[in-house]
Design a protein around this ligand. Structure first.
Ligand code: NAD
Length: 504
């Protein structure tokens, strides 16, 4: 971080009241291309006054936006999804340049967010209340799902398109206004998506953007005029956000860290399973919250390690922009040294390093934050590589004799984000589905991120707050249920005094 913005590099703007404005802060951070270390832009750490201005503009816009008709709201998101499609290549190129993932992966990141935008266009049927006719004679009870007011979103670096799109489209479609705080590591694609949202017709003040880190996040948690906070990121920060925001009387939903186990039964389709494992462990350089970072090989499946290693060796490590790349760089130099440090600890703590991806040679990108596919066998709970989320292209292998042991291991882990089982046995799959305490469960599906008809979820250390992002749950998160009980008198039911003709 530095005290001034250099003139040569563009600055990232704040969006307040429909205007992109330069921050008056003295604290800036570089947005860096992780394959080259080129500085792409400088992002401000916005001041408390700027946050106040963003919230005030959202609050003012709420007065009219909350009453905007369903058709108007729906059509904005119909237009928005079209604009995202038309700008897919441009958005993917921005995303790859600041985050590092491959271009096809970047398109996937945007596409999974686009699906939520499409879902937001159905807001008319999603936000319907319920009615019970004649709860007493001549009396009906019904519910309205009304918007809350100003909502805020705080997003992580690893899906800078999808995760902001999990948040503001659904919140705004429900009639709320929004203040978004993107990751300070890669805010450029998020800001481009916000520009397209304005172009689609989101009115001034309905969507606002502030930038920064700890201070601005704390400011959001404390702000009296923000009603709800959506957070996605690490367990440490998410737990802090949940505690601080709920203490200040807000609704909060925090989707957090992971250690996802993929259980491989010996009866699984070997070729398919190994291909899936390699993709799910090393895709996006392992920086997915749903990465299958731990393989649990049950019984004879432990003999598949050599084949898993040879498949992983074939992956091409290169800049995300280069065609044919399988594994791009990790997001920052700090992330690279954390991942390399954990690999060293794995070796020191006695795990078997069966594939060492450290220091790969990437011609033309010598300064990039690269680490190639790395595999440890013989891993046990208590080792740092098991206990911590590595968030890099490192797959650890644990072996068990039975499915019961595998389930017990997974349920003992503090995280419960995603898991998968590979098997051809319906009975084993059903047992797994019933007994596992994890939010997203894949059966022969390595990364079971739910489509937006459903909600993302999580168990134990992976989620705080009962309602998840997108799907049905988020409608309840972003609205207040109001219950109305009504009766209308006609002459025949009129009476005077305490003995009314209608009682409940
Ligand atoms: P992070 O927790 O470091 O950052 C998330 C957000 O919090 C950012 O906007 C950041 O500016 C802010 N922040 C950082 N430090 C803070 C502090 N001390 N106080 C207040 N705010 C702070 O997470 P990250 O490194 O950007 O993202 C990776 C993590 O996110 C991984 O743990 C991954 O598993 C998790 N993740 C979870 C999901 C999910 O749905 N469960 C999805 C994606 C990522």
């Amino acid at each position: 971080m530095s005290a001034t913005a250099s003139a040569a590099v563009p600055t990232v703007k704040l969006l307040i009241g429909g205007q992109w404005v330069e921050s008056k802060t003295t604290v800036w951070r570089d947005v860096v291309n992780p394959a080259t270390q080129d500085v792409l832009a400088r992002v401000p750490f916005a001041t408390a006054d700027e946050l106040d201005a963003a919230v005030a503009s959202a609050q003012a816009a709420f007065k009219t936006w909350r009453k905007t008709s369903i058709g108007v709201r729906a059509r904005i998101f119909l237009k928005y999804q079209q604009l995202i499609r038309e700008h897919m290549k441009e958005l993917a190129a921005i995303l790859t340049s600041e985050q590092g993932k491959t271009l096809p992966d970047a398109e996937g990141d945007i596409f999974r967010g686009l699906e939520v935008v499409e879902h937001a266009a159905n807001i008319g049927t999603l936000q319907m209340g319920e009615i019970a006719n004649n709860v007493a004679t001549g009396v009906d009870t019904y519910t309205l799902l009304q918007p809350l007011g100003v909502c805020a979103g705080i997003t992580p670096f690893n899906f800078p398109a999808m995760i902001p799109l999990w948040m503001f489209p659904m919140a705004i479609a429900c009639g709320n206004t929004f203040v978004l705080k993107p990751s300070e590591q890669d805010p450029l694609v998020t800001c481009r998506l916000v520009e397209l949202a304005l172009e689609a017709g989101i009115p001034a003040g309905v969507l606002n953007v502030v930038h920064g880190g700890e201070d601005i996040v704390n400011g959001i948690c404390d702000h009296a005029d923000i009603k709800a906070v959506s957070f996605v990121g690490s367990t440490k920060v998410g737990t802090h956000v949940y505690n601080r925001a709920t203490l200040a009387g807000k609704r909060a939903q925090c989707m957090m860290g992971a250690k996802n186990h993929a259980v491989v039964m010996p009866d699984a389709n070997k070729e398919q399973t190994l291909n899936n494992l390699v993709g799910a462990a090393f895709g996006a350089a392992g920086q997915r919250c749903m990465a299958a970072s731990t393989a649990v090989l049950v019984g004879e499946a432990r003999n598949w390690i050599p084949d898993l290693v040879s498949k992983s060796r074939t992956l091409k490590v290169n800049a995300g922009m280069e065609p044919g790349t399988d594994v791009g760089p990790v997001v920052s130099c700090a992330a690279l040294s954390r991942v390399n440090g954990l690999i060293e600890r794995g070796v020191a703590e006695g795990a078997r390093l069966v594939l060492d991806g450290r220091n790969p040679q990437v011609p033309g990108y010598e300064k990039g934050n690269f680490v190639g596919p790395t595999i440890f066998a013989g891993v046990k709970p208590g080792m740092s590589i098991y206990d911590q989320e590595i968030f890099g292209p490192v797959l650890i292998i644990v072996e068990t004799d039975t499915l019961d042991e595998a389930i017990e291991l997974i349920n003992r882990n503090p995280n419960g984000n995603g898991t998968a089982i590979f098997t051809q046995s319906g009975a084993a799959a059903r047992k797994f589905q019933e007994d596992i305490d994890v939010g997203q469960v894949g059966i022969n599906v390595p990364i079971p991120v739910p489509v937006p008809l459903f909600s993302f979820t999580g168990s134990r250390g992976s989620k705080l707050g009962d309602l998840g992002p997108y799907g049905k749950q988020v409608i309840l998160f972003y609205t207040q249920t109001k219950t109305i009980t009504q009766r209308w008198f006609d002459d025949s039911t009129l009476s005077v005094g305490v003995n009314t003709t209608i009682s409940l």
